[in-house]
Design a protein around this ligand. Structure first.
Ligand code: FE2
Length: 204
């Protein structure tokens, strides 16, 4: 996969290394989210590292590109690309998750489940650089949408597992009916984090 714009992949490589240390050190969700929030805020603070291949919107649906999955599936890192007006259905996660906005802006609408339609609760505007957490403990049901109507937005999500293997649910907004789903990935190839020759000046 060629990348027309050089990207600073060392930033993503460093984040993955730091997050790996974090999940080795803690298995407590609150501790992981507390430190993980700072790590993700650092990653999305500078927009120079996401290769263009993982930043491409789809005309109809939002896209999710896997950037990294921990070998023991303790966490995964995913780039979500939202075209103008695109949104998720109302969904849960069943594991902890962090959402950090890299480009543009997003809305996160949280819901409370009941018999019948889900009840909207907190609504958060997520500007670039912000980080939001979800989990069954904190509130696990929401819908995210691109807050911009004229251009894509991109957020980087970290989940407490391989989100492409986790059985979870979407909810009908009118009836509350629960439907099982497993989210897939738009990409078959991952960014090559390990070609470090490009950071070394080439001989003339
Ligand atoms: Fe979500």
């Amino acid at each position: 996969m060629t990348d027309p714009t050089p990207s600073n992949l060392s930033r993503l490589r460093g984040f993955i290394g730091d997050f790996t240390r974090l999940v080795e050190r803690f298995d407590d969700e609150a501790a992981i989210l507390d430190s993980g929030r700072s790590l993700l805020a650092g990653l999305v603070a500078v927009d120079d590292w996401l290769p263009d291949a993982y930043a491409q919107p789809d005309p109809v649906h939002y896209r999710q590109y896997l950037l990294h999955c921990d070998p023991h599936e303790r966490f995964s890192v995913v780039s979500f690309v939202w075209g103008p007006g695109q949104r998720t259905p109302i969904h849960d996660h069943t594991v902890w998750g962090l959402v950090g906005v890299l480009r543009g802006a997003e809305h996160s609408q949280r819901y409370e489940l009941q018999d019948g339609p889900p009840i909207p609760s907190a609504a958060d505007f997520l500007p670039v650089g912000s980080v939001e957490a979800v989990s069954p403990r904190l509130g696990d049901v929401h819908a995210i949408s691109n807050a911009l109507t004229d251009r894509p937005s991109i957020s980087i999500h970290v989940y407490g597992g391989n989100i492409g293997a986790i059985r979870r649910s979407v909810f009908d907004p009118l009836t509350g009916e629960r439907k099982p789903f497993i989210s897939g990935y738009a990409n078959n190839a991952l960014p090559n984090l390990w070609d470090r020759s490009k950071s070394v000046p080439q001989a003339a």
